[in-house]
Design a protein around this ligand. Structure first.
Ligand code: NAP
Length: 307
């Protein structure tokens, strides 16, 4: 396959950027990849593990001459990073991002960019609870969705080229409007994370009462919440602060449903509970049918628990 971009710059070198690097190299999709991260420690790690063809000591140096610049930093600093790199962008370059919220990122980044570059916001719906330059792997995006949100007036060619890159990295790609993206993600990702954080927080509050039994006897339900609740604190703080309206809307609906289930338990309304759980089980089935999770029991974990 011929190269889709000659020069790519990754700003931020964590889970998503490192996975992109390995996936781009796996597919031979691009030429030289430069990278920059805020701390010298992360840049040193990147150099040690061969993450990026060239690790630069400033964002400006990394983006110089790049045909594609990918902002892989937390949502809350996207605007500041865009302001920093703007003067060095090559005319005709494409700037994209991988942030988990889209309306805020578009509003924070667009005003800083010169008219002669294209900004196409993006969001790969793939991740793990790990972060940092050593957490990435080439397969992260395989068979996962990547949503692209081109700003109004963006010509077709740069959007198609970016789509081609994500497809080469294994993703299925769709374009979407920013507000719609933020609402869909509030349901599928943001509210569930907040609920997991809350459940683990409640268990932690009860620790004294239960004498650490929640940890010792951690069964599937709680254990799965702890995996989600181990996600990066900076990233998730920024997600909630920047997708406020959609998250609050979904949490309002969640609270209403929770009250209804609470009432069913109190009044012994078994039919309500059974109907509800039947409906939710069907959703799990449709996720498996869509190829978005494994059908193996307990998410395919080995039965052997090693300490
Ligand atoms: P990560 O592993 O925590 O890495 C973040 C990177 O950003 C680090 O290299 C960090 O540098 C760098 N950084 C932070 N502030 C910076 C600044 N002001 N200037 C330059 N670099 C800066 O994060 P991630 O999981 O890859 O997430 C990156 C983006 O992807 C976020 O916007 C997130 O919303 C989005 N996303 C994440 C997931 C997921 O599951 N993790 C999924 C989809 C999308 P240092 O190491 O030097 O601090």
């Amino acid at each position: 396959m011929s190269q889709i971009y000659d020069r790519v710059a990754l700003i931020g070198l964590g889970l998503i950027a490192s996975s992109m690097f390995w996936a781009m190299k796996r597919g031979g999709l691009v030429g030289e990849v430069t990278g920059y991260a805020r701390s010298a420690e992360t840049r040193d790690t990147a150099r040690r593990i061969g993450l990026c063809d060239r690790v630069c000591d400033s964002a400006a140096e990394a983006v110089e001459g790049a045909d594609l610049v990918v902002l892989c930093v937390p949502v809350g600093v996207m605007g500041a990073v865009a302001a920093e790199i703007a003067p060095m962008l090559k005319p005709g370059a494409t700037v994209t991002d991988v942030g988990s919220v889209k309306r805020h990122v578009i509003e924070a980044v667009s005003p800083h960019l010169p008219d002669n570059v294209f900004f196409i916001a993006g969001h790969p719906l793939a991740g793990t609870e790990h972060s940092g330059p050593e957490s990435g792997f080439a397969e992260l995006f395989d068979n996962r969705w990547c949503l692209l949100v081109p700003v109004d007036g963006t010509p077709e060619e740069p959007v198609e080229r970016l789509r081609h890159l994500w497809e080469g990295m294994g993703s299925n790609v769709e374009t979407m409007d920013a507000d719609h993206h933020d609402l869909v993600l509030a349901v599928t990702s943001h509210a569930p994370h907040l609920i997991a954080y809350t459940m683990v927080g409640v268990a932690d509050d009860l620790r004294r009462v239960t004498d650490s039994e929640v940890i010792k006897y951690s069964a599937a339900g709680f254990r799965d919440f702890t995996r989600i609740a181990a996600s990066d604190p900076t990233m998730w703080r920024d997600v909630f602060l920047t997708n406020k309206d959609a998250t609050l809307e979904i949490l309002g609906r969640f609270t209403e449903e929770l009250f209804a289930l609470q009432r069913a338990i109190r009044t012994g309304d078994g039919d309500h509970l059974h109907d509800y759980f039947t409906r939710t089980r069907a959703i799990r089935r449709s996720i498996i049918e869509a190829g978005q999770d494994t059908d193996a029991p307990n998410f395919g974990r080995s039965h052997q628990v090693t300490k």
